[in-house]
Design a protein around this ligand. Sequence first.
Ligand SMILES: [Zn+2]
Ligand SMILES: [Zn+2]
Length: 663
Amino acid sequence: MDVMPFLFLKASCIMAGEKIKIQLAKGPAGEFDTGTDIATVLKTLAPDDRNRPVCAKWNGKSVDLSFSITQPAEVEGIPLDSPEGEDILRHTAAHIMAQAVKELFPGTQVAIGPTIENGFYYDFDTERPLTPEDLDKITQRIKEIIKRDLPVVRSEMPREEALALFAGRQENYKVELINDLADEATVSLYTQGDYVDLCRGPHLPKTSLLRHFKLLSVAGAYWRGDEKKPMLQRIYGTAFARKEDLKKYLHMLEEAKKRDHRKLGRQLELFEINDTAGGGLILYHPKGALLRWILEDFEKQEHLRRGYQPVIGPQILKSDTWRISGHYDYYKENMYFTEIEGKEYGIKPMNCPAHMMIYQSKTRSYRDLPIRFFELGTVHRHEKTGVLHGLLRVRGFTQDDAHIFCLPEQLTDEIIGVIDFIKDVMNVFGFEYTLEISTRPEKSIGSDEDWERATKALQDALLRHDLSYEINEGDGAFYGPKIDVKIRDAIGRSWQCATIQCDFTLPERFQLTYVGSDGSEHRPVMLHRVIFGSLERFMAVLIEHYAGKFPLWLAPTQVVIINITDRQLAYAGKLKERFDAAGIRTELDGRQEKMGYKIREAQMKKIPYMVIVGDREMESSRISLRSRDRGDLGTREVEETLQMIRTEIDERRDGTETDEIGT
Ligand SMILES: [Zn+2]
Ligand SMILES: [Zn+2]
């Protein structure tokens, strides 16, 4: 079907009329005829703008350059190399890719093609599954379409007409999407050459503006994520305004692949997940369990130092508890249940209720507050099989969970204490981080006064720290506002780990009180908080952050002793005893293998130090030292080596100085 009629439709909407005042954001104003397009407005008001806008903001709303002005407004050009410009670029890239696929595989139906962080995808119903070779062909065709320099033209039409248009083109998924729209809706379409797509826009004005792109992968995806619906072919791609940024991003993806914690988890013998035990349930192997112990010990020490008290709750609690806490009503689908003597028990998805009961077990005075309960609490939550992912999305995990009970006037200080804590911990691992405050959502409980006080306490804490933060309006939990901490790893990816959450409901539901200085009972204020988040998730992040090359203090094996021949085996054994006695986690590789082979293997296992002993070392009671990251460190005294390694462990040196990845 020809699309020209819709272009006329658009033209007919333009009315000649009086002049309208248009204000350029951070620039001059001017008067224009009604119906002038934004491209002309921008060219007139900012003739020297080198950023060459590809779209515009019209009173804050994103529009195409072809948008015709109808009323006084503020206008701002969106350059291609801005976050919004790049999003529009990727969106247009998705359309061009869809056009390429339709040209190469006639009969293909297109489904949806949104942008995602750093890229885009499009779902296609093709006659056969697509292969990596197909991606090469599609890439070539995209380049041709770019060369054709097709204008990307917006048009609008009533819903009924759009239905007829896409039905005529046998685009059944588009028909289904339009059918979901309200009857009176006007539908906007974008056309480039023969290709028409249903889209809100805006888009780049022409296909030649797409230059630096890459198709990344193809995978099956169900229509609307529903396994009962048809399986579609989803092609992922990315595009950037600048060539260097695309290169950097592709490099980052390569790095991420090498650092995949599932792959390194096998290589370093840290953990496994198997079907017999069940999906999302982790079996820690000795080295992984050791790594977890190290992290747990670190956390226990840090919590004790900061005035937290350990508590431990049971793994299962009667459903009565979950009724009081509200989980039975609001969280039941995510919980697992069991039965004892005809009574229903819930496996805990959260640690809070036990901590509430422990608080409640005796009379608390205002002098006792703040009280900080800490637990390395293992919880189970239901996740669909499809979303499980290594250590990152699991069904059983352990949180470094604490609940802080305090007086209202202590709240800000308590939050500051937690932020200090987070800062110290993230520094140890070399993570940079950003903070976000999420405020009251539409559906929420608690008084305005509670929300204001808690939100202000969170903000005050950040201000007193001179920390900048972003605000996610309305993104808080229904029971209180929160601070989320996002950490950045060594290759620039961000991960959500720590959170600090105010809660007005649980103290209420569990009837928690303290006796105030006035002698009467009051409700304490309560914070939930985690620092790592979950140990599993944090370990995944650490494995990928360090690419498996853990700093010395975290490495499950810190030193491996390698003898060159059997003659030094007894000497090597004695050395191991000395390293063990110094509290250094040491292995002895006494196998009858070549030294070079043993060193390569130690390097593969990313063991920080190799102590090598041959006849010469043995005779002089010395050792040769080799570092995973710095190579040969020469012959040394044993005592001096022990001290050097001990100091490095005690100082918890970061170990991320070296960026290149071993195998
Ligand atoms: Zn679009
Ligand atoms: Zn909690």
